[in-house]
Design a protein around this ligand. Sequence first.
Ligand code: AKG
Ligand code: FE2
Length: 318
Amino acid sequence: MASETQIQIPVIDFSPLNMHNPDNLSIWESIKTDVLNALHDYGCFEASSVVSIALQESVNDALKQLFNLPLETKLQNTSEIAFHGYVQSPKVPLYESMGIGNAFIPENVDNFTNLMWRHDNPKFRESIKIYSKKLRELDEIVKRMVFESLDLEKYFDEQMKSTNYLLKVMKYRAPEPNESNIGLHTHTDTNIMTILHQDEVGGLEIQTKNDEWIRVKASPNSFVVVAGETLNVWLNGRLHVPFHRVVMNETMSRYSLGFFSVQKSSNLVKAFDEMVDKERPLLYNPFDYGEFLKFFYKEGGIQSKFALKTYCGVSEGS
Ligand SMILES: O=C(O)CCC(=O)C(=O)O
Ligand SMILES: [Fe+2]
């Protein structure tokens, strides 16, 4: 079994971009190079100092309050899309999650808050709104950098328009003494890209290309940006899409949160024409994301680490 090592994922600081700086273009170009290298080599990186410590702390408090609500209240968080509402499953007994669709739209956060707290919770509402807006900005910056680097700018606006976002908040309880410490099984993210935050308990582990597991350091106000399968299909395999999992070692509950960008089902997921040529033949046949998810969840795909390859991979020699 691969053991955990001391290596860490690359850390990229986006804060110089926010400053009024005459040298912004060269800063942009230098961060862009780091982003592309990290996504190619690791499929992920740590984005540091994206939000203030104070905002992160108020979001941490908000999550604790939310998961402390009675089960019947939490169950009101429903969604037409599988696993986008309240989730608790015997397959992942330590795990519990809830979702807010397109949380960067203030009204969606208001509706969610009203559903959970009949007498409102302004602190929850306001901190989640600001936070989601920040994460939506980071998502856009990272993707713009990726598209620019590969001369795909002409696709950028359309791809952003056909994206939905899910803010998923998660709680993992500590395992009982004779229970497995796996919080979330090894998987890749099938969506476009995910921005993760974990609290100080930690437990997120990411596999490198060499099959080593990196235990990601918990950091109060940084995020882990993870490339998903959809992005890699667009780019015809130019990125690494890392396996990751959550391993609980502590006696404490762990709270985390993911900002998932997901392609709307109205378009097929397919490689951009410019990404396919003789040297780089097509890796995945175009597919409908919603149909793929049905396969992923219903036909045992979720058990397989290579669900997407099985579903639509172009077989060698064909
Ligand atoms: O809780 C975490 O840190 C990871 C969650 C995750 O990987 C997922 O929801 O896809
Ligand atoms: Fe994940």
